[in-house]
Design a binder for this molecule. Structure first.
Ligand code: XMP
Length: 536
C-alpha cells in the first residue's frame, strides 16, 4: 500500500485517485501523525511508499508543517509534491527560500539526466535530446539548494530546482503537480512512482474498496443504528447500498417524497431499496405539505428556500422519531449517514479541517447532525463522482440508476416556471418521461451511444402559458413545454445539444398526442452562459 500524507492541499484526494487508477491501494492521513504512528503503520511490511502532498497554505502564508521524520527512515521510497518536496528538502538538509514571484499555471519543465522516475516520460524533446514536460505549477517558495545525496532531476527557467532525486534511497521531489490533469504526463509519473519505484502490484480493484469500506463502517458504527436520507440520487443511493452491505438492518433509510419527483421515481426508489436490497426504508409522503407551502409562490429563490426548509423539517421530524426508537429502530439511531463525496468536501472548504460539510442536494444546510444529536457517517467522502458510480455498479445497483443525469434538489419545483401546481407537475412528469425514454432509445450511429449517454443533463420545462393549436377539427388552447438538453463537463459552462431532428420529432409528436393538456413543444437552443441549464 501507499501512504499519502496530507498537508492540506485541495488536490490531495486527486493524488489518491490517481494511485487508485493505477490499481494500487492507498490511504490519506494528515501530515501531523507522529513518528510512532508512522512506524506502527509500516510495521506489517505492507507499506511500499509514501507521497507527501502539496499544502493548503496559500503561497503568501507560511506553512510550518513538517513530515514525520520517521517517514525518511522507513527504507521505502518517498515522493514529495510541491510543498511536500520543499519540506523534504528542508528536513533532509537542503534549503528552501521564499520566492519573490508566485508561479502559477502552465510551465515547461526540462528533465535532467536519467532518473528512474522520469526516464522515457516526456511530452516532447529538445534538439539536444532533453525530455520536456508540460506541467502545472502553483507555488511561491522554492528549493534553492539540494539536500546531500540528491541530484537535479528537473528545472524551469524560473525554478532551477523543479525536481530532485536521491535514487539510492528512492526519494524524489517535484515542484509541479503531477496529480492534476493539466500535467499531461502526471498519471504516467505517478504510476511510475508507485509501480516502478515502489514496486507495488497493480491488483487493487473497486471490489476491494467495498471490503475495506465495509470493514471501516462496521468498526465505526459497531452495533448502533444509522439513519440515511435517501433521495434517489446517485450519491445517497450508493451510500445506502454500501452501508446496507456493511450493517444490514442497522441502517434505516428515510425517503422524503416532496411530490416534485419525476414519473414513478418514488416507486422506483422503494422497489430498488426496499424490494430488491431488502433495506429498511421509511417513505414519507409529503407531497401535499410541499404543494401547500408552495401555493401562490412564484419567485424561484423563494421556492427553493421553501422546498429546502420543509425538506429539512420533515427529515428532522422523522429522524427524531427514529432516534427515539420508532419504526424498527430498535435501540434508537445514533448516526446520520450522508452521501457526501469529495467534490462536496472541497466546495465547503472542509478538505483540511474535516468540518461537517453541507448536506447535499436537497437541503443545503450544515449542522444537521449536531442539531439532531447524531454522529456523522460519510463513507464516500474520499471518492470522486465517477468512482462513486463505479462503486455503485460494483455494489449491484442498476447502471441506469447509477449513470443518471443529475437532478436538482428542488426537483420539478424549479422546472415549473412560476407557481407550482399539482396539475402542472403531473403534465410535466408525463412529458419529461417521454423525452427521457426517447433519449434512451435513440442511438448515435457514429459512437454507438444513446443520446441519453451523449448528453450531460436533459429534461423538460413546463411553461404556464397557453398557445393555440388544432387537433382533428377542433381548436386547442393548451400549455407549452420546452425540452432542454446540454453537453458539459463541469456544469459551469454548457452547450445545448445538437439532438437529431428525428429524435425531436418523435418526442414532440408523442408528447402532443399522449399528454392531453400540452399542445406545443419547443427546444431550448441557449448555451450557458449566458443562459443557465435550469430555467429557474
Ligand atoms: P444552472 O441552472 O445553475 O445549473 O446552470 C447547474 C447545475 O446545478 C443544478 N442545480 C441545482 N441543484 N439544487 C440542486 O441540488 C438547486 O437548487 C439547483 N439549481 C440548479 C442543475 O440541475 C445543473 O446540474
Amino acid at each position: 500500500k501507499i501512504l499519502i500524507l496530507d498537508f492540506g492541499s485541495q488536490v490531495t484526494q486527486l493524488i489518491a485517485r490517481r494511485v487508485r487508477e493505477a490499481h494500487v491501494f492507498c490511504e490519506v492521513h494528515p501530515c501531523d501523525v507522529s513518528d510512532d504512528w508512522v512506524r506502527a503503520y509500516a510495521a506489517d511490511g505492507q507499506l511500499k511508499g509514501v507521497i507527501l502532498s502539496g499544502s493548503h497554505a496559500s503561497v503568501y502564508e507560511e506553512s510550518t508543517d513538517k513530515a514525520p521524520q520517521a517517514v525518511f527512515d522507513l527504507g521505502v521510497p518517498v515522493l514529495g509534491i510541491c510543498y511536500g518536496m520543499q519540506t523534504m528538502a528542508h528536513q533532509l538538509g537542503g534549503k528552501v527560500e521564499g520566492g519573490h514571484t508566485r508561479e502559477f499555471g502552465f510551465a515547461e519543465v526540462r528533465a535532467h539526466g536519467h532518473t528512474k522516475l522520469l526516464e522515457g516520460i516526456q511530452d516532447h524533446a529538445t534538439a539536444e535530446g532533453h525530455g520536456m514536460l508540460d506541467v502545472w505549477m502553483s507555488h511561491g517558495d522554492k528549493v534553492t539548494e539540494l539536500p546531500p545525496g540528491f541530484k537535479l532531476m528537473a528545472s524551469t527557467p524560473s525554478c532551477p530546482i523543479a525536481g530532485m532525486a536521491d535514487e539510492a534511497r528512492g526519494f524524489y521531489g517535484v515542484q509541479f503537480h503531477p496529480e492534476v490533469t493539466h500535467t499531461k504526463q502526471g498519471q504516467a509519473l505517478l504510476e511510475r512512482f508507485v509501480l516502478g519505484v515502489c514496486a507495488t502490484r497493480p491488483d487493487w480493484v473497486m471490489g476491494d474498496y467495498i471490503e475495506e469500506a465495509v470493514a471501516r463502517i462496521r468498526e465505526q458504527v459497531g452495533d448502533e443504528e444509522v439513519i440515511l436520507g435517501l433521495s434517489g440520487g446517485v450519491d445517497s443511493s450508493v451510500a445506502a447500498a454500501l452501508i446496507h452491505r456493511a450493517i444490514g438492518d442497522q441502517l434505516i433509510c428515510v425517503f422524503v417524497d416532496h411530490g416534485l419527483l419525476r414519473l414513478n421515481e418514488g416507486d422506483m426508489v422503494m422497489d430498488m431499496f426496499s424490494g430488491k436490497l431488502h433495506a429498511k426504508v421509511v417513505r414519507v409522503d409529503a407531497a401535499e405539505l410541499f404543494l401547500g407551502k408552495l401555493a401562490g409562490v412564484s419567485d424561484p429563490e423563494a421556492k427553493r428556500k421553501i422546498i429546502g426548509r420543509e425538506f429539512v423539517e420533515v427529515f428532522k421530524a422523522e429522524a427524531a422519531r427514529l432516534k427515539a426508537g420508532a419504526d424498527g429502530a430498535l435501540k434508537g439511531a445514533q448516526w446520520l449517514a450522508q452521501g457526501t463525496i469529495y467534490p462536496d468536501v472541497i466546495e465547503s472548504g472542509g478538505a483540511k479541517s474535516k468540518k461537517a460539510v453541507t448536506i447535499k442536494s436537497h437541503h443545503n444546510v450544515g449542522g444537521l447532525p449536531e442539531q439532531l444529536g447524531l454522529k456523522l457517517l460519510e463513507p464516500l467522502r474520499e471518492l470522486f463522482k465517477d468512482e462513486v458510480r463505479e462503486l455503485g455498479v460494483a455494489l449491484g445497483l442498476p447502471p441506469e440508476m447509477v449513470y443518471r443525469h443529475p437532478f436538482p434538489g428542488p426537483g420539478l419545483g424549479v422546472r415549473i416556471l412560476g407557481e407550482v401546481k399539482k396539475e402542472y407537475a403531473d403534465l410535466l412528469r408525463r412529458a419529461d418521461a417521454i423525452f427521457i425514454e426517447e433519449l434512451r432509445n435513440f442511438r448515435d450511429e457514429a459512437s454507438g451511444k444513446t443520446w441519453y449517454q451523449l448528453t450531460s443533463q436533459a429534461f423538460t420545462v413546463f411553461l404556464p402559458v397557453k398557445s393555440v393549436g388544432v387537433m382533428g377539427d377542433g381548436r386547442t388552447y393548451e400549455y407549452v413545454v420546452a425540452l432542454r438538453a446540454v453537453q458539459t463537463s463541469d456544469f459551469m459552462t454548457a452547450d445545448w445539444a445538437e439532438l437529431p431532428y428525428a429524435l425531436l420529432k418523435k418526442v414532440s409528436g408523442r408528447i402532443i398526442n399522449e399528454v392531453r393538456g400540452i399542445n406545443r413543444v419547443t427546444y431550448d437552443v441557449s448555451s450557458k452562459p449566458p443562459a443557465t441549464i435550469e430555467w429557474e
